[in-house]
Design a protein around this ligand. Sequence first.
Ligand code: ADP
Ligand code: MG
Length: 591
Amino acid sequence: MPIQLLPPEVASQIAAGEVVERPASVVKELLENSLDAAASHIVINVEGGGQRLVEVSDDGNGILEGEIAMAVERHGTSKLTSAEDLFQISTLGFRGEALASIGSVSRMTLTSRSPDSEVGASIRVEGGALGPVQRIGVPVGTVVQVEDLFYNLPARRKFLKRETTERRVIDEMVTRYALSYPGVRIHLRQDGRISLQTGGKGDRREVLASLYGFEIARQMLEVLALEDDLGIHGFISPPSLTRSNRREIVLFVNSRPVQDITLVTAVLKAYHTYLMTGRYPMAVLFLEIPLGEVDVNVHPTKAEVRFRDPDKVFTGLQRAVRRALLAHTPVSGFNVQMRWSPDQASSMFQSTSGFPGDPLSFSHENKSSEENQSAVVIPSGLRPQQITQPPSLGTPILRLVGQIASTYLVAEGPDGLYLIDQHAAHERVLYEKFMSQRTAAGKSPLPSQALLQPVTIELTIASARLIEEQLRLLSDLGFEIDQFGRSTFLVRAIPELLAGRDPAQALRVLVEDFEEDETPLQNEAEARIVARICKRLAVKAGQALSAEEQYALVHDLEACQQPRNCPHGRPTMIHLSVDLLERQFGRRGAR
Ligand code: ADP
Ligand code: MG
């Protein structure tokens, strides 16, 4: 093919692809424009996950009739005049691309009136084609309506996420701007329902409460630090309030929400040793840095920034968070490192024996001191027992030996030693019980147990959406949940299998781990939800189990169809074969 210049429509659609990745990008760009226009009240209406309609109205400073056509042209901007300005950007927008890009892949109407004009003006753009500018009587401010996004790009439409996913992403995104601009009243309505509403009173903690719920907002710790010209303020969760992913670490640079893996790492580092592995803090942190120190023109969607001195920002942030944590949490006691020595061995055996309430108190038998070095606690009452029930395929017959480190069970099988991870094993057991009940129940819901006292749970808006999406499935599983308002739920009953467990916790786990863009099939969703519930409810590592509990666990594990892995795929047991032991002890093979 000869080299030729692309027709302008094609070029503009290619460029649009960078800015408008998905419906949420439209919401983001329009919202940014309204914020740049110093609006005090912004109303966002979204239908069909943004694909059918995104409409953003504001009471900001509007556009003059003579400039409205330019606003929808590529590189039409009032926020930048020279290349040098790029390093003094104080607005969210500056590329002059958003309206042009959106207009080239949708049917867009821009209507605006500046306070200096008597009347407003309106222009329509369809697939990049500009209509005439029309005068129209409207209040001061701007309304942008974007309909049928990607109507002229069917290939693109195929790649869109499910509507529910998009709704959630939009919620989350608007939430971030609401946090960053507490002085602006922001209303977000999706398919006719209010999904977010802020008062615009300028109080960040109040915004935090309207977004995350009162309880979480109350617990969040305040960060306030100024080092040289780097200001850091915002909120972080105390070590007791954690999440299973890092998605709720939200960072802003000069009011702009940014995605920056190094900054997130700085926050995580500050929490080092405060959190268990696999748990993450929540954080909403605002970095204020001189405009010249940060390059915002790194990415078409402006989600990434570059710092002139990244190390300074990294250490500053880490220190600020660490200080806030130290100020709010009592210094923990000495971290006593227990060293294992033969002398201590016997006394340690004593101290672990006889858990409160344990009918079979643990004792070690008279052994030589050599034997005492073994770390295995032997529940004497159990030693002679054999598991009588015939095992299902894939599991050896196990004889329980005991528990070590309050985390692993030791068992002897026909071919050597088995170390069982009690948490993973219990997860598997619960999971299979759940699923087999589910199969047995057919189409009818699982038996549930009503709570004496219904439990109220307050969730973030995004989490509430997740629960909403799965309400039917949850009721099939035996939950009875009513929704109150936007993000409050009342749990009336929980699955019988979970009787006695904390219903709030059971529900919370469901929403915590959902990956942003997962679109599971319904039956996968069920298995995943069940797996997640089981994970949370299973006994934890570090939890001392009574001899009976240990026994029951091994027994139940044997009855499982896939006893060797937890529902998340981690192994439940490690096998040390007699053969391996013999080699290790030099009884066999190379000496
Ligand atoms: P940018 O925001 O990068 O300048 P846009 O394409 O988003 O580019 O917008 C083009 C111009 O249209 C803006 O520079 C601004 O002057 C004007 N504009 C867009 N939206 C609004 C609004 N809601 N209120 C006032 N002016 C607006
Ligand atoms: Mg813009």
